[in-house]
Write a protein that binds this ligand. Structure first.
Ligand code: SIN
Ligand code: FE2
Length: 218
């Protein structure tokens, strides 16, 4: 199913493609926010630099990560969790820039989640070859709130499965400015990112950037 959302003389068409009940791609939705997003990202990365975390199983994650908002997501040898200070700097995570919050709320609204108010944004930076194995986003106590995921830069093959790891996955190609929103019946569905292919993007060079907005407080 596709649904036209709006046309913009400068940014082109924005439309929706359903993935499954509860999950949808908003094509090009973030393009109109692009300049502000990159300015915000520079600012965040200066205060809370990208780092490669090590999973409880001892694997170094190939995507580099940082966070902004009230909570940031971390992994270490003892587990995964959200915390209010950056363990690298000892400082609170940089606040969520107003434009980023507005983008996430507007995307959630378009996708049918009008109540969404994010308090955390995990920022993943993928170099060529980096990936994210199939996983569930289940560290957030309020599973009534969706996940809003903004893709920038190099394209990705996003895998979206079902409630069990072994469920068949759909492959959704995500390009610069696409936003995926999943919640409701799809909130705990497994998802992942296949290794990023070689390329050069005018906005991000040899990287893909992904922002996932979450609601962490109860
Ligand atoms: C994630 O699941 O946290 C990241 C998804 C993505 O990079 O598209
Ligand atoms: Fe995830």
């Amino acid at each position: 199913m596709t649904l036209n959302l709006f046309d913009d003389a400068e940014q082109g068409r924005v439309w929706q493609e359903a993935i499954c009940p509860g999950a949808v791609v908003l094509r090009h939705f973030a393009l109109r926010y692009e300049v502000e997003i990159f300015a915000a990202l520079d600012d965040i990365a200066r205060q809370a630099p990208f780092r490669h975390m090590v999973t409880p199983g001892g694997f170094r994650m190939s995507a580099a990560m940082t966070s902004c908002g009230e909570f940031g997501w971390t992994a270490d040898r003892t587990g995964y969790r959200y915390i209010t200070t950056d363990p690298e700097t000892g400082l609170p995570w940089p606040p969520m820039p107003e434009t980023l919050g507005r983008l996430a709320v507007a995307a959630a609204m378009s996708a049918g989640y009008p109540e969404f108010v994010p308090d955390a944004c995990l920022i993943n930076r993928y170099a060529i070859g980096a990936k994210m194995s199939l996983h569930q986003d289940k560290d957030e106590p309020d599973l009534g709130a969706p996940i809003v995921s903004v893709s920038l830069g190099l394209p990705a093959n996003f895998q979206f499965g079902g409630p069990r790891r072994e469920d068949k996955t759909q492959r959704v190609q995500l390009t610069h400015g696409d936003v995926v929103v999943w919640g409701g019946p799809a909130r705990l569905f497994f998802h992942g990112v296949l290794p990023i292919k070689n390329g050069l993007h005018p906005s991000t060079g040899e990287f893909r950037i992904n922002l996932t907005f979450r609601k962490v407080s109860k």
